[in-house]
Design a protein around this ligand. Structure first.
Ligand code: MLT
Length: 324
């Protein structure tokens, strides 16, 4: 009887300290892990959201870029981090494709994370170095097939969005190409601008300004509808790749076991950030927009991750693509 009372008292004390921690949270700087190199599209979304969330939470949120292996190195880092609310994780669609691409993943994409909310959906474009010898998608497809052993395709590693788009592209044209992996499409863009790599499929958050500046060429957008700010750019679906439809959703997470009151505080700060006029304007300038508030919630992201893992598993298996 005495031991039971002692255990009950210990549990109450632990519960009490967790609640006290939650009530004063946050009391120090928060780290948001981005699983790709600085300067890329995921990093861009993270910095915009972190800045605004930090204002709401009255605490600085710093970005730590942990790149490599298509985002899975950063994810593994977060899965092992302390569940105290001071480590967050911003990742994209790659969190739902990694379980099918990596047979020895160092974490479980669903059970090792608390979901906070969806953030934004970002279209992608097929873009090439500015002197690439094709004036439109029809010519690009012909050139790529005729020069498949010469043409180089950049991505951010197996599991990245640029890898996923490339996998769908190569499956659609029935041609494998030489791929050049980077720690993010920020560094990949540098090589595209310099002509060291031929083409890639990347998010509008990283390509729009370069295309508008005439520094790279755009051939098609990966969504079903054309971009409202670049209506002259056809969709891949209307350019010889019927059914091509992919956008890169982004979600915010914390390590499993992060107390619910803290997750709820973070979800509230995310929802406020997504209504921030500065965030909305910058997202619009980059070809995207915040998700509806109903999606910027833990349960919405949790359901979305599960559905996306189930959606991509047969597609990846059919493509026969594995990382390990
Ligand atoms: C990707 O290809 O997954 C992203 O564009 C990588 C990045 O954000 O750098």
């Amino acid at each position: 009887m005495k031991i039971t009372l002692m255990r009950a008292a210990a549990c109450l004390a632990l519960f009490g300290s967790a609640m006290a921690h939650a009530q004063t949270y946050p009391t120090k700087t928060i780290t948001m892990i981005v699983p790709f190199a600085a300067g890329g599209p995921t990093d861009t979304v993270a910095r915009l959201v972190a800045q605004s969330m930090g204002t709401k939470l009255k605490q600085q949120i710093i970005i730590e870029n942990v790149g490599g292996a298509g985002g899975t190195i950063g994810a593994a880092r977060v899965a092992k981090a302390a569940p105290d609310g001071y480590t967050l994780f911003l990742h994209h669609i790659g969190h739902s494709t990694a379980p099918s691409l990596y047979r020895k993943l160092a974490y479980n994409a669903q059970t090792d994370f608390e979901t906070i909310g969806l953030v934004t959906d970002v279209p992608m474009m097929i873009v090439a170095r500015k002197d690439f010898p094709a004036k439109d998608m029809k010519e690009l497809l012909a050139y790529v097939k005729a020069n498949k052993d010469k043409v180089t395709y950049a991505n951010a590693g197996v599991g990245s969005a640029s890898h996923l788009c490339g996998m769908l592209f190569m499956t659609a044209i029935g041609t494998d190409l030489t791929t050049v992996p980077y720690k993010g499409t920020g560094p990949a863009m540098n090589d595209l601008l310099g002509g060291q790599v031929d083409f890639m499929c990347d998010q509008t958050t990283n390509t729009t300004s370069q295309v508008k500046g005439g520094k790279i060429k755009a051939y098609g957008v990966t969504t079903k509808t054309r971009l409202p700010f670049m209506k002259e750019l056809p969709t891949l679906a209307e350019s010889g790749l019927p059914g091509f439809d992919v956008a890169v959703w982004h979600g915010l997470y914390a390590p499993k076991g992060t107390p619910k009151p803290i997750v709820d505080t973070l979800a509230g700060a995310l929802q406020t950030a997504l209504k921030d006029p500065t965030v909305k304007q910058r997202f619009a300038d980059l070809g995207t927009e915040p998700v509806a508030e109903s999606r910027a919630r833990p349960e919405a992201l949790r359901a979305h991750v599960k559905a996306e893992i189930e959606r991509w598993q047969p597609i990846i298996t059919k493509a026969g693509v594995y990382a390990d």
